[in-house]
Design a binder for this molecule. Structure first.
Ligand code: N2P
Length: 347
């Protein structure tokens, strides 16, 4: 009898451990975050864990498409994601995101109105702006002597094997479409075919299709020209003063990355707590100062060093954005871009 009781008790104990261990790490609150690489000050994660006793599990992705595929596959249980505009729109349309309870995010009031009510989330129901920026050309002034003001320079055979492109289909096809004078949201087959041919033609000039390592490569002067996101340009320019950034005259991509809670989250309250923490003035300031990307937070902006806020790389004027577009979700036409990128990469 006693043995049966002990066995039963042990089984109950095991069950309790298994049940509580799942999702909250043996009783501890857990928050699972999936963000771009090099896109947060690690101190921010540490201080959040200490302040609220929530354990953070942090993973990184390199493109919106990689992140989307992982969430869509359904095997993950992230609480926080930081995608870009067009991917947020797609996830809203596919019912993959929770609407946010703004009562739990009072620091939302610090977000500049300029970053609210944007087309991808018109009623600010699902996302809180994190960073914004542009795509442009980062070049080394000692290696490129001519004026850089057009995407066309990335097709100049003079720079053979000195050019870095992102391994990111919307970015690379997008700037090619702009080079050709088309919209980076085109669904037109003829325009897309032209972009594909241009990318195939460019391929022998490309040193590598890269991700976050573009910064190290440009700082280390391994290449003369690279397509980069503006914050990566800021980061690289800080480390190597030979580097300069330009938004080409044909126009570019203006983008917004915002924080969302996917429906895979088991801990929406703590996810909202974290979003609110990211929007605290001190946190938003530290974070933007560390990663170099442009903040949508009005109060954090005031605290940033003048040399950053007056640098047009991070804070361009409206005239610098002439002809630039925000990426849109392509819905059924995305497969055309997918096919082009696969073909370019496999050549
Ligand atoms: C940082 C990624 C920036 C995201 N490595 C650009 N949308």
């Amino acid at each position: 009898m006693k043995r049966i009781a002990i066995v039963a008790l042990t089984m109950i104990l095991v069950l309790v451990i298994v049940l509580t261990g799942c999702g909250n790490d043996n009783g501890k609150r857990v928050l699972k975050i999936y963000n771009w690489g090099d896109y947060i000050d690690p101190d921010v994660l540490d201080s959040f864990q200490k302040a609220f006793g929530v354990k953070v599990i942090y993973d990184e992705f390199a493109t919106n498409e990689e992140m989307y595929a992982k969430i869509k596959a359904g095997a993950s249980d992230y609480d926080i994601l930081i995608p870009s505009d067009y991917t947020i729109k797609r996830m809203i349309d596919e019912d993959m995101l929770y609407s946010l309870d703004m009562v739990n995010i009072p620091n939302y009031k610090y977000i500049n109105d300029r970053f609210k009510n944007l087309a991808y989330d018109p009623d600010n129901e699902y996302s809180v702006p994190y960073m914004w920026g542009t795509v442009g050309i980062l070049y080394n002034k000692t290696m490129v002597k001519e004026k850089v003001d057009s995407w066309k320079i990335l097709w100049d055979p003079k720079y053979e094997k000195q050019i870095l492109m992102y391994d990111s289909l919307r970015d690379s096809i997008g700037i090619t479409l702009k080079m050709l004078g088309y919209s980076l949201n085109t669904k037109n087959d003829k325009e897309l075919e032209e972009a594909k041919e241009a990318l195939i033609k460019q391929k022998p000039l490309v040193l590598a299709y890269v991700g976050d390592e573009v910064k190290d490569k440009m700082i280390g002067e391994e290449a003369a020209l690279a397509v980069v996101w503006s914050g990566d340009a800021i980061f690289s320019k800080r480390e190597n003063s030979n580097l300069e950034y330009v938004i080409p005259k044909e126009g570019s991509n203006l983008w917004f990355d915002s924080i969302v809670i996917p429906k895979t989250s088991k801990n929406k309250k703590d996810a909202e707590l974290f979003i609110n923490y990211l929007c605290e003035t001190e946190t938003a300031f530290k974070n933007a100062d560390y990663i170099g990307y442009s903040t949508p937070h009005s109060e954090a902006l005031k605290l940033l060093p003048r040399e950053l806020t007056t640098d047009k790389t991070a804070y361009p004027e409206d005239s610098d954005l002439y002809g630039s577009e925000v990426l849109e979700d392509l819905a059924g036409s995305l497969v055309k871009y997918d096919r082009i990128w696969t073909e370019v990469k496999s050549k």
